[in-house]
Design a protein around this ligand. Structure first.
Ligand code: AMP
Ligand code: ZN
Length: 114
């Protein structure tokens, strides 16, 4: 999608600190990290919110979770743990309208979230 921030980041049109890339996904450091590790994983295909997912996106999203967990473990978070977070629309705290999962770790998170 031409005017989407994360589509442009995945395409290399806006600079980012790359963590991982393949033909389906791009992962990069969050510009405003909320934890010692804060990586965003996005599908290269534009999907605006979780509401827009269809059953056909199941494998894409499932593999995205596997990738997110792999990145967390590669960051050394496998023993202490980590948090994967999807935000959806206003009440969910979504600010960028392209589906992404936050991979956060390196500190203790509270529950329930604020
Ligand atoms: P969300 O609030 O769930 O939509 O998350 C969007 C995330 O994108 C926030 O944590 C922002 O800090 C992050 N972000 C926004 N712009 C950029 C950027 N240019 N590069 C890296 N991360 C960004
Ligand atoms: Zn997009």
């Amino acid at each position: 999608m031409a005017d989407c921030l994360f589509c442009m980041i995945a395409a290399g049109k806006i600079p980012s600190k790359k963590v991982y890339a393949d033909d389906r996904y791009y992962a990069f450091e969050d510009i405003n990290p909320q934890a010692p590790t804060h990586v965003l994983v996005i599908p290269r295909v534009h999907i605006t919110t979780l509401n827009d997912l269809t059953p056909a996106d199941g494998p894409l999203m499932g593999d995205m979770l596997l990738l997110a967990a792999r990145i967390a473990k590669e960051r050394g978070l496998g023993e202490q743990g980590y948090r994967l977070n999807f935000n959806c629309l206003e009440d969910g705290g979504q600010t960028v309208p392209h589906v992404h999962v936050h991979v956060m770790g390196g500190r203790r998170f509270s529950w329930p979230p604020g």
